[in-house]
Design a protein around this ligand. Structure first.
Ligand SMILES: [Zn+2]
Ligand SMILES: [Zn+2]
Length: 122
């Protein structure tokens, strides 16, 4: 489907269609080949709004990730707790409150010696 200015052309044969109503939902039937075409004379505006809407949703996703990472670093600390794999007495840990209140808090342990990772639900 192509639109030049306010003119609408048949997608199939390129015939100039009449009836530029500005209504994107209106179907124009080509009188040469019979193909159904939408009236694109108002669609130009819709097409322009799409590129700006897409990156903004990407920006939102990125900022969510950055916020989570900062919280993890702040909560990350070392406690005296035996590693269940190598017996090292100090492990790194941080807690993360899951979104569902029923889930409670999950504690993430990382051994400072062997790197073994495991979680524990409170
Ligand atoms: Zn046509
Ligand atoms: Zn270990």
């Amino acid at each position: 489907m192509s639109a030049i200015g306010s003119l609408v052309f048949c997608t199939d044969c390129g015939n100039l269609l009449d009836g530029n109503t500005g209504d994107a939902t209106k179907i124009l039937i080509c009188d040469v080949c019979g193909t159904s075409n939408k009236d694109t004379s108002s669609k130009i505006v819709i097409t322009r709004s799409k590129p700006s809407a897409f990156p903004s949703s990407l920006r939102t996703k990125r900022s969510e990730v950055q916020t989570l990472t900062e919280e993890d670093v702040q909560r990350d600390s070392i406690i005296e707790y035996p590693c269940e794999r190598c017996g090292q007495k100090e492990v790194r840990f941080y807690t993360q409150q899951l979104r569902s209140a029923d889930e409670g808090t999950t504690v993430f342990y990382t051994c400072t010696k062997c790197g073994h990772k495991w979680t524990q639900n409170n």
